[in-house]
Write a protein that binds this ligand. Structure first.
Ligand code: NAP
Length: 489
């Protein structure tokens, strides 16, 4: 399939769409064909500084707008995103690879953060606390932290950005955004929605650059940037924790995941299979909440595996813009190699390849990074896939006998983002949900993300929460004011 998008975007600095200071640009390619889909400026250190200048200049005015005004702009941003859903989704599919239906779903999901945080803007309440001394009065204020930097990944090019910009704008913060260099075009289209919704110049600024290290260094060494919100790999997240020490920057980190998916004997078979498929194969297995390990109780194992195989083999793989595609390409060749290495390692250590296990080439796949949806049977703790995030369409199954054994398997990970299980036993549902060491638990549900819920991880999956009623706290400072000598003593 020929690539159909041809989009050249720019940086957004202080309300102006501009080229990089030195005029350099880089191409964005379609992972489904290898073809060019557009280009963006390769932002320099001077550009990052200019974006921080713009965000700092816009801050005094933006932080003093009324909550109602900020809410209106956020809701309008959501409406405009929805009006442009087709254009944004096609661009997203072209640069990221996910099937068009999934891309449209992501645009709606991304817009929902603007809507949700529009509501939250109006509920940034403080407190009046009963004083310890009758002469005093005690107030608690919640104020915007200031200039925020947002660094986002390529797997959800729109939603990972709005999940940060929504609460930042609602709180009264201004932002500099650095999207992944694989998917900067979607980011530019989302920022155009915010601009067209009436956000004043400098409230959101966009830096595209291939030099993420330089961007991060410039952000971390500028005292005006008070907070960095990062979504990406645990490895880079750890670098950012170290970098934050110098100026004691506030951080929110949404990092890697390695979700367990447990199916108990008493689960409804088909919803459990469909849940695992939705969790595992959505976005070709490239989500932080993807099931990476499936633990299936012995009594249901054979039936589960047979139905899973039938459904996985029926999933059409192809370009994301092709009609009917359910599995698109992986983001690049390195991603294909990593998935294949996990499969080869598992098979070499005794796992059985049930289906898949190979890259796809030939008609419809040439130039792209396609990997056949794969199932491995008999995964053990000796295999890399048991402990490492695959980020590809590979499901590894392990049989278990008891609830304790399943919990032990599931919690045996350095990650703690999402987890899932299926059961019809209500007592077990509550018990297992409480015992899983994960920030998110899907009970009889394979899709768990929503703007109204606090999303975030434990252990090496990061800290901070995005979405829900607590999401805005990440962008607010709490200040306590003691007013002396004002009361009747
Ligand atoms: P990544 O390599 O860590 O990149 C994420 C972002 O960080 C990109 O914008 C990247 O820029 C930038 N970056 C790269 N090197 C950097 C550096 N030295 N300093 C600062 N920023 C740097 O991760 P990814 O491969 O894009 O995304 C996949 C990972 O994200 C997976 O581990 C996944 O689990 C995780 N993820 C987590 C969540 C969550 O909510 N917990 C959600 C989605 C994804 P360039 O693109 O220019 O390199």
């Amino acid at each position: 399939m020929a690539t159909v998008i041809d989009l050249d975007e720019k940086l957004l600095i202080g309300g102006e769409w501009t080229e990089a200071e030195d005029g350099a640009r880089f191409d964005v390619n379609d992972p489904g064909t290898g073809g060019r889909v557009g280009s963006v400026p390769n932002g320099t250190e001077a550009d990052v500084k200019a974006a921080i200048d713009a965000a700092a200049a816009a801050l005094p005015c933006w932080r003093s707008t009324t909550a109602l005004e900020r809410a209106r702009i956020l809701r309008r941003s959501a409406d405009i995103m929805r009006e442009r859903a087709d254009e944004i989704a096609r661009t997203m599919t072209s640069e990221q690879g996910k099937p068009l239906a999934e891309a449209k779903g992501e645009v709606e999901y991304a817009a929902s953060f603007f809507e949700w945080f529009g509501g939250e803007a109006e509920r940034i309440y403080g407190e009046v606390v009963p004083p310890m001394n009758g002469a005093n009065r005690v107030l608690v204020l919640r104020q915007p932290v200031g200039v925020v930097a947002a660094i986002t990944p390529w797997n959800f090019p729109a939603a990972m950005m709005t999940r940060k910009l929504g609460p930042a704008m609602a709180a009264g913060c201004t932002s500099v955004v650095k999207p992944a260099s694989a998917t900067p075009l979607t980011a530019a289209l989302v920022l155009r929605c915010i601009e067209d919704a009436g956000a004043p110049a400098g409230v959101v600024n966009l830096i595209t650059s291939r030099d993420a290290g330089m961007v991060a260094n410039t952000i971390f060494t500028d005292a005006r940037v008070r907070k960095i919100s990062f979504t990406g790999s645990t490895e880079i997240g750890k670098d950012l924790i170290r970098a934050s020490a110098e100026q004691v920057k506030r951080l929110s980190l949404e990092l890697g995941g390695h979700a367990p998916y447990i199916i108990f004997d008493d689960a409804d078979l088909e919803p459990a299979v469909d849940g695992l498929i939705a969790s595992k194969y959505r976005n070709a297995g490239q989500t932080c909440v993807c099931a990476n390990r499936a633990f299936v109780q012995r009594g249901i194992y054979d039936a589960f595996l047979a139905l899973l195989k039938e459904k996985v083999e029926a999933m059409p793989v192809g370009h994301g813009l092709a009609e009917g595609t359910m599995i698109g390409p992986l983001i690049n060749e390195a991603a294909v190699e990593k998935a294949h290495e996990h499969v080869e390692d598992a098979v070499a250590k005794g796992a059985t390849l049930v289906t898949g296990g190979e890259r796809l080439t030939g008609e419809g796949y040439d130039g792209g990074s396609f990997y056949k949806p794969t199932i491995l049977d008999g995964v053990t703790r000796e295999m890399d896939i048991f402990y490492e995030e695959t980020f590809g369409p590979v499901a590894g199954l392990t049989v278990f006998d008891t609830e304790d054994e399943a919990i032990d398997y599931a919690n045996d990970s350095i990650y703690g983002l999402a987890s899932y299980f299926h059961t019809r036993d209500y007592a077990r549902l509550m018990r297992v949900a409480e015992r899983l060491e994960y920030g998110i638990v899907g009970a009889n549900a394979g899709i768990i993300s929503a703007a109204n819920a606090p999303f975030g991880g434990m252990k090496q999956s990061g800290y901070g929460r995005e979405g829900g009623s607590v999401g805005i706290d990440e962008y607010l400072d709490v200040k306590y004011v003691l007013m002396g000598g004002v009361g009747v003593v």
